[in-house]
Design a protein around this ligand. Structure first.
Ligand code: TIU
Length: 223
């Protein structure tokens, strides 16, 4: 049973797609984290949390593979290019101490995935130093081992880490759908533009659909 998606229906195969949840970390959605230090209104991102929670519960119930990603750097910053650390006119930079610990550093309280979407023991959590989830991570080895060919994407932010990951996956041959109410940006216009550029030209990067439509199709197909 296909998902009623844009620009045309997205086929669901006998082998289910993986749900990929990008960077739902305190560092991006809570005050005092990296997103806040960059000057963003982090409250904007919080609307997608309950939507992703429903998708995650559905994926777990139906047995879809679930992959969580987390943007993080090593405490010694050896995997953080100086160009990334120096970017912007910030009060605090990557590695500096904030109210939730050092910004964007692996193992700090503020770097964790938010409680509502916390990975279960055994679920895959990809720790990534870049925007895309394939760059300098084992994701490229893991997906073929799981037999995964189709990805359903959610998370933040739409035009930065989500879109970069979707483009990386598209170039690697994965058939990708972005769940539009399960992603959010600090900039509404950038979210809208991202959705449009994904589906333009016959789905040049992939497909887009809303969470209710995705959940209903998953339940009909794999329930
Ligand atoms: N700043 C911004 O919009 N995003 C990031 O820095 N990382 C992610 O999107 N996860």
């Amino acid at each position: 049973m296909p998902i009623d998606a844009r620009p045309y229906p997205y086929e669901l195969l006998a082998k289910p797609p993986a749900l990929v949840i990008i960077d739902m970390q305190r560092d991006f959605v809570e005050p005092g984290g990296f997103g806040d230090a960059l000057g963003n209104d982090v409250a904007r991102l919080q609307t997608c949390i309950p939507v992703i929670a429903r998708l995650l519960a559905t994926a777990r119930r139906l047995g879809l593979p679930v992959i969580h990603t987390r943007e993080a750097h090593r405490p010694d910053l050896s995997d953080c290019p100086p160009s990334k650390r120096q970017r912007g006119d910030c009060r605090l930079r990557i590695g500096d101490a904030g109210p939730m610990g050092r910004l964007l550093i692996d193992g700090e309280p503020g770097n964790a995935i938010i409680e509502e979407l916390k990975p279960l023991p055994g679920e895959i959590e990809i720790v990534k130093p870049g925007k895309g989830a394939f760059y300098a991570t084992p994701l490229e080895q893991i997906l073929p081992n799981l037999g995964v060919t189709h990805l359903l994407l959610a998370g933040v932010t739409t035009e930065v880490c989500v879109q970069t990951t979707m483009r990386e996956a598209n170039d690697r041959g994965y058939t990708c759908l972005l769940i539009e109410d399960a992603t959010e940006s600090y900039f509404p216009a950038f979210k809208q533009a991202t959705l449009e550029m994904i589906v333009a030209q016959g789905g040049i990067v992939g497909w887009v659909a809303d969470s209710d439509t995705v959940i209903q199709a998953l339940e009909r197909t794999y329930g």
